[in-house]
Design a protein around this ligand. Structure first.
Ligand code: 0RA
Length: 648
């Protein structure tokens, strides 16, 4: 008896030390302690329910964001086992919730893969929560245990009877750990949509209880996909014109590696290949993507060679040409994934390459044989792409050659800074020549460079690549940045070795035109210089919306709340109508000194860093906002109208 008890306390101390390590260095476990890390907690808990669903024991997952910003995730799976864990001397449930990496230990037969970036285990979430309550329905009973910062408040207890089964985890992130504690609806919804496509058949119910209607009710958004990846690519491409009647779907299992791919072609010029390993987006690609590319090139080239179409055209086809207008999603499940690369989102396992390549080559060649009309459509698109690629190469070379010829190689409109250490240098892309003038006068010329942009830059979403180099504004941006295109591996890849600024700041007016120009610039960066965004070099300036003034006292305001507060404070004796409120619509309404003070001076300004939360969502959004179809854009604007400011 005494021995068991001693063991218990010894184990307990070890457990608490483990969780203490998580609390000491949370970023090691969940990436960061800001917005991303906060949401990571939800992904971690949902992952466990998804695993249970993938094992075939759970059909429905429920996610609720509660009014206090706690989150509840529940499922109708088997329920985490609650019996005594003989080796640990306490309930298995307690072990799962408090021991690092204890997730799937009890159930070796179940197919379970570790999530790499995720997969740190629910115990990490527990350690980083000021409160966590787990409820398990199993074997006719309801069990509960509650924790604070990962430490159990009492042993697992039976609290009632139930004829259902399932697990419910309710947690409140510890606000002494996280710098952000507000969950974002869209972020969670986007991830749930993605998960429902990646795991077809599961139903995910998502409710934000912070938002209630007049009757106090909240809407539930339901994510469910029967078609899985085929529906995913259809969703991604929903605002683009399709070349195939429906996506090509491929599924197989090679050497114990489940492979799933869906692909389609549209009439755009972009390649959109999204890849996942164990439901995690591998932004940097890896062996599964290489396997897919090899199979695609080999199979399509074989087919084109055999069909004789290429001989007629006398054109050299490269790998890129097979991927213009391609939208594809690749999803593999790997038992022990090796993640490499800068953001640890590049799959390294070499056997996965062959698995994907064989699987795709087999199924795609059969598809081409059985669908001659679609096959011909694809080959024609590939030939067009090859011709456009040759035109684009010439255009790119022109831009780069012009650089060399014109001495400094910098655009005439650029007011450069004197410092030349890119790490400290900033480039402001400013809407209009007049605001550009103010910015030039107001700036600190040591490290701030100004490039005024005239009017609207080209919408690259609708233009073929060689056309974008005809656009002067785009050429100016490229040359000012000092970047070039083309590496040994990929002639289109961005080469940032000579990047001249580590902050590229978009500064536009706070009106409809301003946001349009901002979106056009971001679209260009997203499609042609994504590395610039991924490296965190792209920012948006935040000019103030109001100047509240009385006599000598002046306050700049960025929000309605700030304006109201400023009016109250400045009025002092309550005489608010003597107070003067100026609404800034354009940057040009500020003089150089004001622009410097409010928007450019690093000591006082706020900059928003542009990041891509989900590449799939960003692609969908840009193609919709900048594409041809009006209806989805109108829907989007109407749905988001409540977030928009009204410009008076
Ligand atoms: C281990 C074993 C068994 C279920 C689970 C874990 C499980 C974990 C989570 C986490 C969230 N929801 C979950 N549902 C189940 C099953 C053991 C058995 O009944 O044979």
């Amino acid at each position: 008896m005494a021995e068991i008890k001693d063991n218990y306390s010894a184990d307990n101390i070890q457990v608490l030390e483990g969780l203490e390590a998580v609390r000491k260095r949370p970023a090691m476990y969940i990436g960061d302690i800001g917005f991303k890390g906060l949401h990571h907690l939800v992904w971690e808990v949902v992952d466990n329910s998804i695993d249970e669903a993938m094992a075939g024991y759970c059909t429905d997952i429920f996610i609720e964001i509660n009014p206090d910003n706690s989150v509840t995730v529940s499922d109708n799976g088997r329920g985490i086992p609650t019996g005594m864990h003989t080796k640990e001397g306490r309930s298995a449930l307690e072990v799962v919730m408090t021991v690092l990496h204890a997730g799937g230990k009890f159930d070796k037969d179940t197919y379970k893969v570790s999530g790499g970036l995720h997969g740190v285990g629910v115990s990490c979430v527990n350690a980083l929560s000021s409160m966590l309550l787990v409820t398990v329905e199993r074997e006719g009973k309801i069990f509960q245990q509650e924790y604070s910062k990962g430490a159990p408040l009492y042993p697992v207890k039976e609290v009632g009877k139930s004829d259902k089964t399932g697990t419910k985890v309710h947690f409140l992130p510890d606000d002494t750990i996280f710098t952000e504690n507000i969950f974002k609806y869209e972020t969670v919804a986007n991830r749930m949509r993605e998960l429902s496509y990646l795991n077809r058949g599961i139903t995910i119910h998502f409710t934000d209880l912070r938002e209630v209607d007049a009757e106090g009710k909240s809407e539930t958004e339901v994510f469910h996909s029967e078609g899985g990846l085929s529906e995913f690519v259809a969703y991604l491409d929903s605002t683009r014109d399709q070349l195939l009647p429906e996506p090509i779907y491929m599924e197989g299992d090679k050497g114990g590696i489940p492979v799933e791919v869906a692909m389609t072609y549209n009439n755009s010029y972009n390649e959109n290949v999204f890849s996942y390993v164990n439901n995690i987006n591998t932004i940097e690609g890896g062996t599964h993507v290489s396997g897919f590319r090899r199979a695609l090139t080999r199979t399509l080239k074989n087919y084109a060679d055999k069909s004789g179409i290429l001989d007629k055209e006398k054109i050299e086809i490269s790998g890129d040409d097979f991927r213009e207008g391609l939208t594809a999603v690749i999803s593999v499940k790997v038992q022990e994934p090796q993640f490499e690369g800068q953001t640890k989102t590049k799959l390294g396992n070499s056997d996965v390459m062959g698995a994907v390549e064989t699987c795709v080559a087999d199924i795609l060649s059969t598809y081409l044989e059985e669908h001659p009309r679609e096959a011909k459509t694809i080959v024609s698109k590939v030939i067009l792409a090859a011709k456009a690629r040759i035109a684009a190469r010439k255009a790119r070379e022109m831009v780069q050659r012009k650089n060399v010829l014109s001495g400094s190689g910098l655009p005439g409109k650029l007011a450069d800074c004197s410092d030349n250490d890119p790490v400290v240098c900033e480039l402001y892309l400013v809407e209009g020549d007049s605001a550009g003038g103010s910015a030039k006068q107001g700036r600190n010329r040591a490290f701030q460079a100004i490039l005024p942009l005239r009017g609207k830059i080209l919408n690259v979403e609708k233009a073929q690549e060689h056309k974008i180099y005809d656009n002067e504004e785009i050429r100016n941006i490229i040359t000012a940045l000092g970047v070039t295109f083309g590496t040994v591996e990929d002639e289109k890849a961005l080469n940032m070795v000579k990047l001249r600024y580590h902050k590229v700041i978009i500064m536009t007016d706070a009106d409809v035109d301003g946001s349009h120009i901002r979106t056009l610039i971001l679209t260009f960066f997203f499609r042609y210089m994504k590395d610039l965004i991924d490296n965190g070099f792209v920012y948006i300036a935040q000019p103030p919306l109001y100047l509240v003034k009385k006599g000598k006292e002046e306050r700049y305001c960025w929000t309605e709340e700030q304006r109201e507060k400023a009016v109250k404070e400045i009025a002092k004796e309550g005489k608010e109508d003597s107070v003067n409120i100026q609404r800034y619509k354009g940057l040009g309404e500020m003089n150089p000194e004001q622009l410097w003070q409010t928007t450019m001076n690093p000591e006082f300004r706020t900059l928003k860093r542009v990041s891509i939360e989900s590449a799939a969502e960003a692609d969908h959004l840009f193609s919709m906002l900048m594409g041809d179809e009006v209806a989805p854009r109108r829907d989007f604007i109407e749905r988001n109208a409540k977030y928009a400011r009204i410009d008076i």
